[in-house]
Design a protein around this ligand. Sequence first.
Ligand code: SF4
Length: 312
Amino acid sequence: MSIVRPIVSISGGKDSLACAILALEQFPDTVRFVMADTGNEHPLTLAYVNDYLTQRLNHPIEIVRAEFTREIAQKRLYVETKWSGKGVPDDIIARTLSVLQPTGNPFLDLCLWKGRFPSRMAQFCTQHLKRYPLDRYLMERVSEGGTVESWRGVRKAESERRKNALEREHMAEGYWIVQPIVEWSAQEVVDFARKRGYRHNPLYMMGMGRVGCMPCINSSKDEILAVSWRAPEHIDKIEEWESLVGMASKRGFASFLTERAEDDDETPAETFDRANIREKIRWAQTSRGGKQFDMIRTAPPPACASVYGLCE
Ligand code: SF4
């Protein structure tokens, strides 16, 4: 019988932690851990994974990162040779070329290449920043032989899209996807790790319901507000990215929490004025559909604000 080699995808969150514990208990000698760093992670998540989790699991966690040097070079060539023929003014071409360079940050480079941020309708970030680098890593392991199991912290209760998730799926010769916590609730996942003496990502104690990108393009009103209070430097970062990605786009504007124009008459500049990250924070401080500032929402949050009851 071939050796089973589970590879747990670590995100720094509670679900992948539960998977890591289960895999470690069942396959202590062959388990491996890998994380895709999107370039938009909170430093506390990176420290939690690199310092705390590697020690606690007593295994290294390999980090993979997407890279867009080739795509950006191809886009530069396209802008230089084709945009003029498509009627794009010279000043816009020059502006785009001035920022269309790889920065080494996967998230920003992806958006510079695409000339826009991902959105709920076009969520290309997950694919390019997580799925592809992890799949490349997994295929390398499959080529080494044995039976590779990709362990993922997917739960049915997470979303409509995941409600039919399977616990085990045979993908190819020597390659399975294993999702051992598909039936678990969020609280069960949190409690499982705690009972085994594991610490959770400190971001959960700061009012974050999820600890992926900081912020995520799917952030709720409450999450945007929590990021603006707890990690204002990440809002500064997004503001800078909005400026750079806007310069790399033909429209000249790009908002991180992307929105379609409210009506056909709205210009890109007007959409940006309404939907840029600072405006979104102002909106997050309001209630009644954005009509009125809410005293409770504008007050500083408590020192500990875990939605999973993690505060001591
Ligand atoms: S956490 Fe959010 S922003 Fe980051 S890759 Fe996933 S969907 Fe995109």
